[in-house]
Design a protein around this ligand. Structure first.
Ligand SMILES: [Zn+2]
Length: 326
């Protein structure tokens, strides 16, 4: 089947994400309702079905949790395992501030680690399908992952799914991770900062004013063997389609230079105008253009759901991106 005839792509999804319900976060020292809600994935799944992109969803298969150790330090994983086990003994408790978080916005509850690993399994199932010859796959999972680093979690992320998938794929060829979430993927950058086997390219709100504030500057280009294998393209507040797509073409040039065997798209829609967490002004035409330009690369692509918090806009954004991608 040629690309022009193909109107669907495998979408990995499970309703079992729903019990992950972080209720509150600390934002500027205030306790506020948490925006990373189950409805995010549900509205995207429904919109993709209505648009004819998902006749049925692909269920994730199970992968051993030990795979997380390839990208996260044992100290972080042990902390998460022990803490969630302890929380299971005190039903109802959640923890916001711990020594292992970069920000008090990522609550830990008894089921948190199992839910985060389930999301990784969604993404790993997609990676496996890519290896099996699928040209494009969408992993529609939550919680997101790109803020989770080697030593710390945070930014609503516990396990870095894109990094786990990149590690699974890198034995079979070079992997590029292209991060178009509004926020810089500090975790993914950190994990692959010293290697040339994974290229990390990110477009994001400038860290001078946008979370996570401590990484994402253009001067950060990698170190050691990884020197020149990280590219950060920070953008100003209220960036619109034209400026975003201009930076996006620079990102594609870097990826073409790298000539990866696989491309992982860390895909956030908190860049959309009106998103309550992001501060860009992109419209759905931009996501369609991104999808079209990625499809033209002729590289197998695994899209991994990261952020996006506007329940009115998420469905339209994901359909626009997939319209371009298929
Ligand atoms: Zn984000």
């Amino acid at each position: 089947m040629t690309r022009t005839q193909r109107r669907t792509l495998p979408i990995i999804y499970t309703p079992l994400h729903k019990p992950h319900v972080p209720r509150i976060e600390l934002s500027h020292s205030l306790v506020v309702d948490h925006p990373e809600v189950p409805e995010r994935v549900e509205v995207m799944a429904s919109a993709l079905q209505r648009a004819g992109h998902a006749e049925s969803f692909v269920e994730p298969r199970e992968f051993p949790f030990s795979s997380a150790a390839a990208v996260h330090d044992a100290s972080l994983l042990t902390f998460l395992e022990r803490t969630t086990a302890r929380l299971a003994e005190s039903a109802g408790d959640t923890l916001l501030e711990t020594p292992y978080t970069i920000s008090p916005d990522t609550p830990l509850a008894a089921n948190t680690l199992a839910q985060a690993w389930l999301a990784s399994c969604v993404v790993l199932t997609g990676a496996e399908m890519l290896r099996g010859g699928e040209p494009r796959v969408y992993a529609l999972e939550r919680p997101p992952g790109h803020h989770a680093g080697r030593y710390k979690y945070g930014g609503y992320c516990y396990i870095n799914h894109a990094a786990v998938a990149a590690h699974a794929l890198q034995n079979h060829g070079r992997v590029a991770v292209l991060d178009i979430d509004f926020h810089h993927g500090n975790g993914t950058q950190e994990i692959f900062y010293e290697t040339d086997e994974v290229l990390y390219v990110s477009l994001h709100g400038h860290p001078a004013w946008a979370y996570p504030r401590f990484s994402g500057w253009p001067e950060e280009t990698g170190t050691g063997a990884g020197e020149n294998y990280t590219l950060n393209l920070p953008l100003p507040m209220f960036t619109e389609n034209a400026a975003f797509l201009e930076a996006f073409s620079q990102a594609l040039e870097k990826i073409a230079w790298y000539a990866p065997a696989y491309l992982i798209l860390s895909c956030g829609f908190d860049t959309r105008a009106g998103d309550p967490v992001g501060a860009f002004s992109l419209t759905d035409e931009c996501y369609q253009a991104i999808g079209e330009q990625l499809a033209a690369l002729s590289v197998p692509i695994l899209a991994v759901q990261e952020g996006g918090y506007d329940l009115e806009g998420l469905g339209k954004a994901v359909v626009a991106l997939v319209d371009g991608l298929v």
